[in-house]
Ligand binder design. Structure first.
Ligand code: GDP
Length: 203
């Protein structure tokens, strides 16, 4: 039997406030599932997935670590960040507080992680803002979020504001839904591509 092989292994960490959907994004990535009421005491700690970057003809193994509930204690240690090549900095588009706190999480990442780490800002729960997104999506179809969704009353962080923050801080950016699957695989793939580019440039 042919063994599964990969060209690269990238460690990813997932940070952000409690309840923004970090565990749900990891479950969606690795298990293509969504749990409406996950047990908060059973935070997912780790998941791995093989992804293919077709234009590079490369298979990348993503090893993803979730904070698994420790975020409320801000007890994330240096060892959690050690060796990480990618970081998902997650906020909830319906929670302004979680977006404002993303700055603190970013500072934490910058303090502890490798300076070359690729960081992608992920505005999750976009399905709550745009009912059209509230349906199972094929991961092949990356849909852009319409500008009109920025005006939905549930939305507390506009697409434009988050884009600006990402640009200023040199972060990649995507809005996602762990519920529908929108842009979940793409968030990880986009970051993996960026890491590969850095490897090619010798960064
Ligand atoms: P974590 O504490 O950041 O790991 O957040 P969880 O993954 O435990 O999610 C917190 C709550 O938000 C749970 O009730 C999830 O079902 C819900 N949730 C997570 N992602 C989404 C999403 O994309 N859309 C919606 N509507 N709910 C979500």
């Amino acid at each position: 039997m042919a063994g599964i092989s990969w060209h690269y292994v990238f460690k990813f960490i997932i940070t952000g406030d409690a309840a923004v959907g970090k565990s749900s994004l990891l479950i969606r990535l690795t298990d293509q599932r969504f749990l409406a009421n996950p047990d908060p005491t059973l935070g997912v700690e780790f998941g791995s997935k093989l992804i293919t970057i077709p234009e590079e003809n490369k298979v990348v193994k993503l090893q993803c670590w979730d904070t698994a509930g420790t975020e409320s204690f801000r007890s994330i240690t240096r060892s959690y960040y050690r060796g990480a090549a990618g970081c998902l900095l997650v906020y909830d588009v319906t929670s302004r507080k979680s977006f404002l706190n993303a700055r603190t999480w970013l500072a934490d990442v910058r303090q502890h992680a490798d300076p070359h780490l690729t960081c992608i800002l992920v505005g999750n729960k976009v399905d709550l803002c745009d009912p059209e997104q509230d349906a199972e999506q094929s991961s092949e179809h990356t849909r852009t979020v319409s500008a009109s969704s920025s005006k939905n009353p549930k939305r507390q962080v506009s697409l434009e504001e988050a884009e600006l923050f990402a640009k200023e801080e040199g972060l990649l950016f995507v809005e996602s839904s762990a519920k529908s699957g929108l842009n979940v695989d793409q968030a990880f793939e986009q970051a993996a591509r960026d890491i590969l580019e850095k490897i090619h440039r010798g960064a």
